[in-house]
Design a protein around this ligand. Sequence first.
Ligand code: PXG
Length: 454
Amino acid sequence: MQSAMEPVPLGDAGVELTHSFNLRPFWMPFTSNRAFKQKPRLISSASGHYYFTPDGRRLFDSFSGLWTTGLGHCHPKIVEAVQKQVARLDYSMAFQVSHPGAFELAEKVVDIAPGGFDHCFFVNSGSEAVDTALKIAIAYHRAKGEGTRTRIIGRERGYHGVNFGGMSVGGMPANRKMFNGSLLPNVTHLAHTHLPEKNAFTRGQPVHGAHLADELERFVTFYDASNIAAAIVEPVAGSAGVLVPPVGYLEKLREICTRHGILLIFDEVITGFGRVGAAFASERFNVKPDIITVAKGITNGVIPMGAVLVGREIHDAFMNGPEHLVEFFHGYTYSGHPVATAAGLAALDAYREVGAFARARSLEQSFEDAIHALRDAPHVADIRNFGLMGCVELAPRPDEPGARGMEAHVKCFEAGLVVRNGMDNISFSPFLNSTPDEFVQTFDTLRCVLKTVN
Ligand code: PXG
């Protein structure tokens, strides 16, 4: 039955925001700048599950930052580790010199990764992780004497960041449109797995769609396996609005890749570090890729960092030349930055201490029940969820796609709830240490907001 109650205020509603600085110079990323600057939504501090505005309003964060901050904001142990590290060693040269924290974190990350992943290359973001992974895949084949393997298979609606590699293998038309002539040449996209006519309102993995992985086999026939380096997918597509892999789909991709010597890359920038109730989605789905990319949760979002994980087979293929020479001509000034590694070490400790991944798993059912309770709310066209990832898809307003989602976002903010909308998809990434009550309140608030949305 539809709840008639008013939204339970998770945060404080109301008050206009104040600011005393010039809004013009900062060109904001992935933001409707002109609309924002007419009516800015500013956050000036955070604690636990809440943000605070400059004028003191408290807002509940339903998105754990931007899929980043599963342990909650300003986690005291991570804050302390960062403060200590920045005063002890702010930066040290990243090439031909290093510092202990980078080795310690690499070891801890591979410890919680699926068996066989025993090397970790540090970068500073998800986009860098993806471009690094693509370069590793292509260089690996070449090192093995298969230099013709250069084609990469991506997927429609995939999001792999915004650098040229990730954008090229990604499948977001709006992100690609402006750069069409400059994208990587040897890329082919699998069909996306969003089949609302068959799978709408599925709880967890949809039943229909495993056959879509067979397209990879067609690409092998068409291009020949000797020309294909890798296939890259998000195990659960996040930015596209939580597209959950159909039952059997990832297994099929794995089987086809193995049969044809194609590397399978799982982009776990969102799904890593507990988001799907396990350390990694590959563990949760029991499908092991050859390369894993991570970012976001590796430091609980506190300091920018990403990483690429590979096994010995791939790593060792690079280790053939003279020992005094660089083996892989790739890296960033800030690869393994001391402050980022300190944040990463503290985050990994915190995940372990509170059993965060198991805790996330134990919350899945109540999250699923709470989000699917919105099924009969106004404008709702589909609801999808897996682990602690969820999406409420709104029917677009005729001739104005995205406007309804944006209105819902703004009205939620005014009602004390920060949500993420990508066009008309409202996505949720609750904290790994949420309470079931927070889920209920979040979706009650959204229901009330949707009643006022045109
Ligand atoms: N891969 C995946 C799977 C991601 O989700 C990136 C790569 C790029 O990471 P960086 O750190 O370069 O931004 C991402 C980023 C959304 C949203 O609304 C998701 C991301 C970024 C912005 C918005 O879901 N994920």
